[in-house]
Design a protein around this ligand. Structure first.
Ligand code: ADP
Ligand code: 5GP
Length: 197
């Protein structure tokens, strides 16, 4: 038997629930990897963001995003209801604060899939958060994926690729980098990092 146990919690430090932030350039495969992981592990809780972007075909309100008007986003920001928010390629996106804090207080791991500006804000307000960067195997492959997805017109793809250059340069700010060559491999690695297993 252990001689002493300090504090009231018997939970070892590395088993504590943690907040994991997944970022990476648009088109790298963040949604694909997260969806693959949650298909097999639906217990991993993913925050649903609010956005002013219009839904893509198949995207559902309350599942993929809360699709809100500019006025509704203004209110969410003014009322302090967002843990972080950012403008990305012409639209605003933000993480509803209460749902995240409730999950963390309940002791459950939380996953956020947000952009670089949001990741930096979370690092400021919650330094214990773990920041994971999803990188493409190459620039050419990133362009191929973003273009091949077929969800954005050419001018929006250009804006997203401009943002991608800034995001790729920020990779050293992250605690971990996963290279999205194989969806299955990255989903497994991400699952291990979220500390659910
Ligand atoms: P993000 O959420 O980062 O913007 P998506 O998940 O929408 O990116 O993926 C962008 C495109 O790349 C999609 O068409 C997806 O099917 C494809 N994709 C994702 N991961 C891989 C991979 N490992 N290999 C090949 N294609 C991929
Ligand atoms: P998309 O329009 O492709 O769904 O998302 C564009 C970018 O916005 C992605 O980098 C995505 O991770 C990011 N994003 C999604 N939700 C949020 C959020 O709540 N906050 C921030 N800062 N970025 C988000």
């Amino acid at each position: 038997m252990a001689a002493t146990t300090r504090g009231t919690s018997p939970v070892p430090p590395d088993a504590r629930p943690r907040l994991t932030v997944l970022s990476g350039p648009s088109g790298v495969g963040k949604s694909t990897v997260v969806a693959h992981m949650r298909k097999e592990h639906p217990e991993v809780w993913l925050s649903v963001s609010a956005t002013t972007r219009r839904p893509r075909p198949g995207e559902q309100h309350g599942v993929h995003y809360f699709f809100v008007s500019d006025e509704e986003m203004d209110k969410l920001i003014a009322n302090g209801e967002l843990l972080e928010w950012a403008e990305f390629a012409g639209n605003r996106y933000g993480t509803p604060r209460t749902a995240v804090l409730e999950r963390l207080e309940a002791g459950e791991p939380v996953l956020l899939e947000i952009d670089l500006q949001g990741a930096r804000q979370v690092r400021e307000s919650m330094p214990e958060a773990q920041l994971v960067f999803l990188a493409p195997p190459s620039w050419e492959e990133l362009v191929r994926r973003l273009t091949g997805r077929g969800t954005e017109p050419p001018d929006v793809i250009e804006r997203r690729l401009d943002a991608a250059k800034v995001e790729l340069a920020a990779e050293p700010e992250f605690d971990q980098t996963l290279v999205n060559t194989s969806v299955e491999d990255v989903a497994r690695e991400l699952l291990a990092l979220t500390n659910v297993v």
